[in-house]
Design a protein around this ligand. Sequence first.
Ligand SMILES: *Cc1c(COP(=O)(O)O)cnc(C)c1O
Length: 402
Amino acid sequence: MEAPMIPLAERIKQIKPSPTLAVDAKAKALKAGGADILNFSVGEPDFDTPLHVREAGKAAIDGGFTRYTPVPGILELRQAICRRYAEDRGWQYEPDQIQVSCGGKHGLYNMAQVLFNPGDEVLIPTPYWVSYPPIIQLAGGTPVFVPLAEERNFDLDPAILRDYVTDRTRGIILNSPSNPTGSVLSRQALEAVAQLAVERNWIIISDDIYDTIVYGDGGLPHILDIDPALQARTLVLNGVSKSFAMTGWRIGYTAGPKHIIAAMNKIQSQSTSNPSSVAQKAALAAAAGPQDFPVEMKKAFLPRRDYIVRELTGIPRVTCVVPKGAFYVFPNFSAYYGKSVKGRVIDGSVALADYLLEEALLATVPGIAFGCDPFIRFSFATSMAIIEKGMARLREALAALA
Ligand SMILES: *Cc1c(COP(=O)(O)O)cnc(C)c1O
């Protein structure tokens, strides 16, 4: 007799695995099979972790820094993070207002666990980063999607934002520069968020993971620069994954009100205990050392951004907002939806991304993963040679659709 399958908990049934990691896995499998895949789906810099940071990691291993650390992360690292915020942004934090976690994503997970109850609504400007909705749902909260318009360069429209506010709204997640659009929120949008947040006692979660990758000299408007008093209702999320090309080291950090950080430390103490001791020493070298690596990386991204945007907007009926930060473009391909090739109908972003992967050997991420089907995300954290080849293939693949 076949034994019945072990049942799963209710909470997991509504959660899908990360679609960006899934596309990456499919592309890697095709590549392993010998296909000449050009990968535009990756969400990480194509740089190695800087040498001085790697050396610090090795020194930590050889020096025996291989035991449990304090739950919120080692004091020196939290102090270095406070110094960075004070020097770079003029924001004042104490070390007990900082939690170091196993990557930025884990910081978001910890905060959602301590902030939200069933029925609580959290506003998510859309297109959004793929992990926000499941992280809110796993905490029992309800994500509420606030549309951002391509025509407004994916800035938040205060009038539209107000339409989605209810008595159950507990907070909002801001991500500027944004993954997937590369857009930056305007000061006017942030002022509207600040006003609503104060009126309605919201938490503001500001995911600043791309704040070192901002193009042009307009600077980066930030919610804490609207009014420093907003520190009492803001959690600032950051990390070294993108700024120092350290995605595999798994170090992120959250700065915020003491009582929230203390609650997040309780969660961390009963789940991961602490982030890797070795990775914390490496992150310390990144935070306390020279800051030229992120600047050099940004310099390398800029000509790639300019090139890929020029190529995309040169394709008939494709529109593309110029990203002001991060290393993604989010072009609109909806003019091609409804067309077909060899009996295959392109009925949306998943069908188009599948077609591009199988026929043009281009790995991308369908916009539906970010809550917006008209679009496809391309990462330009890859070489100029690959971008050039990829854009030629894309143009050809789209021209074949009728
Ligand atoms: C990459 C990323 C993060 C954090 O990633 P970790 O690898 O967990 O540090 C957070 N937010 C966004 C929008 C990202 O793209």
